[in-house]
Design a protein around this ligand. Structure first.
Ligand SMILES: [Mg+2]
Length: 119
């Protein structure tokens, strides 16, 4: 069992113990995920690019955990194998952004000259 599966099971149990699945329509859980991501982003709002918000480290950790909880819950609701989805997307990103072309560059692939990522 992967760590993702273990965390998904913990989240599933947490929801089941409280009988909250009845409130977890995908629309609501996806919205909750977005709200938690915004709460994480708010911590860094108006800070400099270099500022790691070390003075609010616990808040950053809490919001990061909230984001993960909501994501795991959404995947449980929709019966998504997050481990498999992550690995599939990472493999796609490896193909789309080959190291020899993108290392040290931040442009999107469609901004490169003469590069067709589909080939
Ligand atoms: Mg939160």
């Amino acid at each position: 069992m992967s760590s993702i599966e273990e965390l998904s099971d913990l989240m599933r149990t947490f929801v089941a113990e409280r009988d909250w699945a009845q409130y977890h329509a995908p629309k609501n859980v996806a919205a909750a995920l977005s709200v938690e991501a915004a709460e994480l982003q708010e911590i860094f709002l108006w800070r400099s690019l270099e500022d790691r918000a070390d003075d609010r480290r616990q808040d950053v950790e809490d919001e990061a955990a909230d984001v993960l909880m909501c994501l795991l819950n959404l995947c449980n609701v929709l019966e998504i194998d997050l481990d498999a989805a992550f690995r599939r997307k990472l493999e796609g990103a490896r193909h789309k952004y080959p190291v020899e072309r993108v290392r040290g560059r931040r442009e999107k692939y469609d901004e490169y000259d003469e590069w067709d990522p589909s080939t």
